[in-house]
Design a protein around this ligand. Sequence first.
Ligand SMILES: [Fe+2]
Ligand SMILES: [Fe+2]
Length: 275
Amino acid sequence: MRLSQDKLSELIEKHTCVADDVSWNRFSSIPWQDLQPELLTAKERSAIAFVNLIEDHLPGYFTEYMQLFPINPDTPLEACMYNRELYHFLVRWAQEEDRHAHVLTNYQLRAGLMPLEQLQQELACEGRKQFTIKFTEPLQVFTYALLQEKATLLYYKQLHQVVREPVLKFILRLLVKDEARHFAFFSSIVGAHIEEFGEQAIPLIKVVLQDFKMPLHNTLTNYWRRAMITCEAVGGHQYAEASKALAKLIHRWADPAARLQASTMVDSTQKVHAV
Ligand SMILES: [Fe+2]
Ligand SMILES: [Fe+2]
């Protein structure tokens, strides 16, 4: 199931047109002089280390996308055209996610939360582990990213609300804006699949929703313990909100038959396993 080339181009143009106008400097845009690390709680320190690791898995994530959407002599020309179009988004998205990882690393270093060598070693140690999205069907790959982006967006928003340290608050505001754009793009592409393929799209989405777990849940050292502390830092993460966002999307795009299927799907998967 592949979206028409015209529709894909339209969505990519819409996203990159906005993205090209949004920029911030990971070094000079941040008011580092205002840092007050003593205002961070122990749980917030753990949460920053954890989300830094999650954002930092970008090389593995990007490599996986390049394998899923290749541009090479073994790939049919039509698929290459589709993949090349998608690449405009992917490379931009990757650049923004890399900036998230880098600014969080810088934050940890400048706030004195972790020594340079230890942090670089931990990031490389986790980053070199094999990563797989598990899905290969484009709609499922995009649905997975939609849920992940929404869960991340909600988490950063919650952390932004509770944190008192001003520089972290500033950085989180920037991250929230970027993640909101990423979520909007994946919503538009999943929505376009629902519109184009109707009922056929729903079972594929359902599988992703039922089985959703955040990236690295099965590879990161002490993932579940660290994830729990990360949630506690904001007083509990609203996992179900990510699946509700998907439900809303389906209701907005789908025809009546697909809507009926979607209602059943969302009722049975209210609890999405995020972070
Ligand atoms: Fe990010
Ligand atoms: Fe993102």
